[in-house]
Design a binder for this molecule. Structure first.
Ligand SMILES: CC(C)(COP(=O)(O)OP(=O)(O)OC[C@H]1O[C@@H](n2cnc3c(N)ncnc32)[C@H](O)[C@@H]1OP(=O)(O)O)[C@@H](O)C(=O)NCCC(=O)NCCS
Length: 210
């Protein structure tokens, strides 16, 4: 298993991989392969943290990072980063590949002197990597709320201190769903289904901590 930076030649394979990994998981079908496609050209995309995992000349996992900003209640603005999409091909999940990608990039983020990684994700996937809910560090969304899926990894221990923070993520995540559907037509047809994992996801995104 080789962890390396993504190259242009990998783009389509990574998009196919994202489609396989996310298909019917959070919505019928998925938009994540389109997100990979547009993210690489976005101003907030971090090329130095765009990694793939290769096994026997096939890409089996991918992680992409974007710039975020932490804004404190005393008007300090600090650079942070967010990852997503993160995906491992379904045939290779639960073998430590996702963990290896998170660990590899986490140490690079530390070397870049970035104090925190902030994501929206399912806490089940990330608590074991040291992520806590935003409320534990007083990091809210821009509306001052603490969504269940707003997860924070303090890379520089003690960074958050006693201040209150808000996180501003890239607008690249607000993608155009119609364009994603159009983009998906370039791929082999796949059946869209309603699954219980979509119900769980709907519960997570409507849940907030107090
Ligand atoms: C979420 C995701 C990225 C995790 O990647 P992964 O490679 O499956 O994760 P890991 O194998 O590192 O860890 C997952 C589990 O496997 C276990 N594991 C790790 N190595 C293992 C091994 N050698 N043998 C058995 N189990 C192992 C871990 O302990 C962990 O278990 P737990 O969740 O019960 O605590 C991947 O499952 C995925 O792509 N899912 C679909 C897309 C998605 O949801 N992405 C995240 C968006 S929020």
């Amino acid at each position: 298993m080789n962890i390396r930076l993504e190259t242009k030649d990998d783009y389509r394979q990574v998009e196919e991989l994202a489609r396989e990994a996310f298909w019917n998981l959070y919505t019928p079908g998925c938009d994540e392969h389109y997100l990979c496609h547009i993210l690489r050209e976005h101003k907030d995309f971090i090329k130095d943290l765009d990694f793939v995992v290769e096994l026997n000349n096939t890409i089996i996992a991918s992680i992409m990072y974007t710039e975020s900003f932490l804004l404190s209640d005393d008007n300090e603005a600090v650079r942070a980063v967010s990852f997503g999409p993160l995906c491992v091909h379904p045939d290779h999940q639960r073998k430590g590949v996702g963990t290896a990608l998170i660990e590899h990039t986490k140490s690079l983020v530390k070397d870049m002197n970035i104090p925190a990684i902030i994501i929206y994700g399912d806490p089940h996937n990330y608590s074991k990597h040291g992520f806590k809910n935003g409320i534990d560090y007083k990091v809210s969304n821009m509306d001052g709320e603490y969504p269940l899926g707003l997860l924070v990894l303090e890379v520089q221990q003690g960074f958050f201190g006693n201040k209150k923070w808000k996180i501003k993520q890239t607008d690249a995540f607000c993608l155009d769903h119609e364009k994603a559907i159009e983009f998906d037509q370039q791929f082999v047809e796949k059946e869209k289904k309603v699954t219980y994992s979509q119900e769980l996801f709907k519960m997570i995104i409507r849940s907030y901590l107090r």
